[in-house]
Write a protein that binds this ligand. Structure first.
Ligand code: HEM
Length: 525
């Protein structure tokens, strides 16, 4: 077809142009010397088209590459329990009963690449961006309440062990459990991940958890420790390995499709946000550290009370602009919602914006999906690749610094001068927290499971450990026996390892065992 054939008379469609606004007269043929070539180098339209295509991909996320984004709103109840929420936090978005805030939510898997299967056994990401009038707040959570590690310095090791082998490029149970068997803090997560909750049925039927411990601050400067939980109104549904294999056989993106179709037909999914609150201290009376993200806070002592609801009612209009480039981070907090000293949070807070400056570019916060669209943004930051507007300073465009007596921006007046939160002192050190208690909560979780869930966990662990070398499988059975006899005996039987076989193993170097752990260990030998 030639260009003249393409331009039919009476065709009202808009004309194709290049990025310079030049009309494209022929989108079928390059410019060549004669019909059979060769091509010429001054072929601007062809070179622009091809070189832009060559650069279409940004690096995929180093974790959580496969995901989907939707939009909607968060509505606050204005209370926590019987009290106004302002007694606990001065965060404006939570204060007015019925007040609504725009949100973007990205659900994801963790390990697989951008086009990988959504029915993998893998944690699911549950990241929420609140576009509040005080600026953005990101709550970057997962579908499981705890995490594998408690110190951010182990994150690259954890992810390397779970990602494909650097030589064979296959995810290998042998590598995963080689790492896990040396990291007993990961066992609570493993008991969750290898049970049915490790494969959520889809994104609409899963919970979300902030996992890390955050801090709330009220008008009086009083602080409390908090944990966030999302509960789906649709209920929680999970898949067994066989269910997942059936889904995966014909659809790698069933969870994205399910969410997209539900929103498109007006069946808007909804979650309730619940918060656990703890006084802001070390809680020596507890047998775990409140800043340890491998632990849950017992709900009998620390009730999870509702503070609002989240509704998703719009799908992305463009996957790349709104899902690939959306950028969340744990440092994105508004007044009244703060960090804690949780050793994971500080590492996460560095890592997110660091990777986004690389993945999307240093001006990633100028992109529409990432902008603090309901707040006023005025900075003295300028330039850098792909700057497409200037954060307007004051009236005087010459002043992009502070302080100045000729214009420019001033500091905000703080509603509460002075600092808040606990006074912390200690020697600079590299050491693990004292209350590790790695076996008790996995045991409680196992005992709380329904029988079919326990069966599923045993079967999945047995399958995985069968693929491991004997010393790794032995150490894992040793851990499982310390968690709960029934779990260790059943998995041990599945892989041909008895308590007698592992009774001779010493605790891992530096391992903190509780009195109860020691008793169990003595019984093994
Ligand atoms: C994504 C680092 C722990 C939830 C990411 C990304 C990085 C990262 C680099 C990619 C971000 C991007 O490219 O935009 C870390 C580090 C951790 C950690 C260093 C530990 C020290 C966790 C934990 C959770 C979590 C404990 C759950 C509570 C997520 C989610 C995403 C993500 C949901 C995807 C965000 C999105 O959809 O764009 N993490 N992470 N991460 N992480 Fe973490």
């Amino acid at each position: 077809m030639t260009s003249s054939e393409g331009a039919r008379s009476g065709d009202e469609r808009p004309v194709l142009t290049n990025r310079q606004g030049h009309p494209v007269y022929d989108n079928q043929n390059q410019r060549t010397v004669g019909p059979r070539g060769p091509a010429t180098l001054e072929n601007y339209q062809f070179l622009e088209k091809m070189s832009h295509f060559d650069r279409e991909r940004v690096p995929e996320r180093v974790v959580h590459a496969r995901g989907t984004t939707s939009f909607g709103f968060f509505e606050t109840y204005g209370t926590w329990g019987d009290e106004p929420i302002s007694a606990f936090t001065r965060a404006a978005l939570l204060r007015e009963t019925g007040g609504r805030t725009d949100v973007a939510v990205r659900f994801s898997t963790v390990i697989g690449g951008r086009d990988s299967s959504e029915s993998a056994r893998d944690p699911r990401g549950f990241a929420v961006k609140f576009y509040t009038e005080d600026g953005n707040w990101d709550l970057v959570g997962n579908n499981l309440a705890v995490f594998f590690i408690r110190d951010a310095i182990k994150f690259p090791d954890l992810i390397h062990a779970f990602k494909p082998d650097p030589v064979t490029f296959r995810q290998e149970a042998g590598r995963i459990f080689d790492f896990v068997s040396q990291m007993p803090e990961s066992l609570h997560m493993i008991v969750n991940l290898f049970g049915p909750r490790g494969i959520p049925a889809d994104y609409r039927h899963m919970q979300g958890f902030g996992v890390n411990t955050y801090r709330w601050v009220n008008e009086r400067g009083e602080t409390r420790l908090v944990k966030y939980h999302w509960m789906p109104r649709q209920g929680v549904r999970s898949m067994t390995a066989e269910d997942a294999a059936r889904v995966q056989a014909h659809d790698l993106g069933h969870a994205t499709r399910d969410l997209y179709e539900a929103i498109t037909r007006g069946d808007f999914p909804e979650w309730e946000l619940l918060v656990q609150v703890m006084s802001d201290d070390e809680h020596p009376e507890l047998d775990f550290d409140p800043l340890d993200d491998t632990k849950v806070w017992p709900e009998n002592d620390f009730p999870a009370l509702p503070v609002g609801r989240l509704v998703l009612n719009r799908t992305v209009s463009d996957n790349f602009a709104e899902n690939e480039q959306i950028s969340f981070g744990t440092g994105v907090l508004v007044d009244g919602l703060d960090f804690s000293e949780d050793k994971m949070l500080v590492g996460r807070t560095f890592s997110y914006s660091d990777t986004q400056r690389y993945r999307v570019g240093p001006n990633y916060l100028q992109l529409p999906v990432n902008q603090a669209r309901n707040a006023k943004v005025r900075t003295n930051q300028r330039d850098a690749p792909m700057a497409y507007h200037v954060d307007r300073a004051g009236e005087n465009p010459h002043v992009n610094y502070e302080p100045s007596i000729t214009g420019g921006l001033r500091e905000a007046a703080s509603s509460m001068p002075g600092e808040y939160g606990p006074v912390i002192s200690g020697r600079l050190t590299r050491s693990r927290i004292p209350r590790t208690n790695d076996y008790k909560q996995p045991g409680q979780r196992y005992r709380l499971m329904e029988e079919w869930e326990r069966d599923d966990l045993v079967e999945n662990l047995t399958t995985a450990l069968s693929e491991c070398v004997r010393p790794v499988a032995e150490r894992m059975v040793w851990h499982l026996l310390l968690i709960e006899d029934d779990l260790g005996l059943r998995v041990g039987e599945g892989v041909g390892i008895t308590p007698g076989d592992v009774g001779r193993l010493d605790p891992l170097p530096g391992q903190n065992l509780t009195e109860e752990d020691r008793l169990r260990l003595a019984n093994l030998g």
